[in-house]
Design a protein around this ligand. Structure first.
Ligand SMILES: Cc1cc2nc3c(=O)[nH]c(=O)nc-3n(C[C@H](O)[C@H](O)[C@H](O)COP(=O)(O)O)c2cc1C
Length: 371
């Protein structure tokens, strides 16, 4: 099943494997424009049925890490256009992952020194990377957030819509709205963090209001079928607090997205356990409520593990992350049952070509080994 095509009425994908979104910090922080190295990295991985780009900040204040390529101006869109052209020329499809980091940020990352955008005053007890005195990345605790006003919330919705418009202009096949992993939209969902007493806090419909306003504004630019929404049920990354009712929360959102005809719901299992468990209730509950493509992500490393969940009908596509970093030809390796090269964690965010565009394809790797 994994190597069969997938189609909805707007898009056709060559196979059921997506490259999961992965921040790699290879742009220059000042202009945040995708460069040659970034074009080459995505071109190498274009055999994926769908590439979901690294998180792409929708504004300067949306940035939470140093050196992330962004999408709020024409120069950045022109840089991304080179990426999408390279992927398309190699037969691939690519979505831009639209990202607002919210409180997982630091004022030093923002050109105007603005504080991280918060749903509350509680800082994220986690680290980020900011420019040091010489501009090189240095680790720093996340900064003190300021609570977004209603007017600023409207601004955030407009930023997502603007980024979606630029994404279509840049030739992306669609966009993924990053609603997972403890970033801004996930911070609004989280009842332990979101103590707002206005229309954006309290009841579930209020806590998901910002995400759904973003979805509607983005859909006006792209059409609903070209949108993926990412969620991370049970995820505790970036200092999140367990949702008290996950089997209510996520199916509720799935129903709302379904009602809007959204194309893709992307579920990331951070702990890589429950999503592989046929008896777990989350994926069946989402399948019952969402009739677009369900994407499953977290710990998929073999064609057999991917096919198992596809055959259960609990997912339509599988997103794979880390194995794609070290295996540009991952699709071919999975198809042949060939061994996978190991990824080097130290170069994930290190900058430069090493550990980025220099992983060999299988044939080259074998030739190097016998030399
Ligand atoms: C280096 C790295 C960067 C990541 N950046 C992002 C990101 O920008 N957006 C996102 O939604 N997830 C991000 N993730 C999570 C991945 O999309 C994926 O969910 C995770 O790696 C689990 O899949 P895997 O077990 O196949 O690696 C990142 C993961 C890694 C390893």
């Amino acid at each position: 099943m994994l190597f069969e095509s997938y189609a909805n009425s707007s898009l056709q994908l060559a196979n059921r494997i997506a490259m999961a979104p992965m921040t790699r910090c290879r742009a220059d922080h000042k202009d945040a424009v995708p460069n040659d190295m970034i074009v080459e990295y995505y071109r190498q991985r274009a055999a994926a049925g769908l590439i979901i780009s690294e998180g792409v900040p929708v504004s300067d204040r949306a940035r939470g890490y140093i050196n992330t390529p962004a999408l709020w101006n024409e120069a950045q869109a022109a840089g991304w256009q080179r990426v999408t052209a390279a992927v398309h020329a190699a037969g691939g499809r690519i979505f831009a992952q639209l990202w607002h980091c919210g409180r997982v940020a630091h004022a030093a990352l923002h050109a105007d020194g603005s504080a991280p955008a918060g749903v509350s005053l509680k800082p994220a007890a986690t680290q980020t990377m900011i420019p040091g005195a010489d501009g090189k990345p240095v680790p720093a605790p996340c900064g003190q957030p300021e609570i977004l006003s209603l007017q600023e919330i409207r601004g955030v919705v407009a930023e997502f819509a603007h980024a979606a418009r630029l994404a279509m202009q840049a030739g992306f096949d669609g966009v993924e709205i990053h609603g997972a992993n403890g970033y801004l939209l996930d911070q609004f969902r989280c009842p332990a963090l979101n103590r707002r007493n206005d229309a954006y806090g309290g009841a579930l419909a209020n806590r998901y209001r910002l995400l759904l306003e973003v979805v509607d504004a983005v859909a006006a630019e792209t059409g609903p079928e070209r949108i993926a929404v990412r969620q991370s049920p049970y995820g505790l990354g970036n200092d999140m607090v367990a949702d008290p009712e996950p089997l209510v929360t996520y199916p509720w959102l799935a129903r709302e997205l379904n009602r809007r005809g959204i194309g893709f719901l992307h579920i990331y299992c951070q702990t890589a356990d429950w999503i592989h468990d046929a008896g777990h209730s989350m994926m069946p509950a989402l399948r019952d409520t969402f009739h677009g493509a369900l994407i499953a992500c977290g710990g998929f490393k073999t064609a057999a593990s991917c096919n198992a969940i596809l055959q259960r009908g609990q997912a339509d596509l599988i997103a794979i992350g880390k194995p794609f970093i070290s295996n540009p030809d991952l699709i071919e390796r999975l198809r042949r049952g060939a061994p996978l090269a190991k990824w080097d964690t130290a170069s994930f965010y290190a900058g430069g070509e090493r550990g980025y565009t220099d992983y060999p394809a299988l044939e080259e790797e074998l030739a190097l080994a016998t030399r």
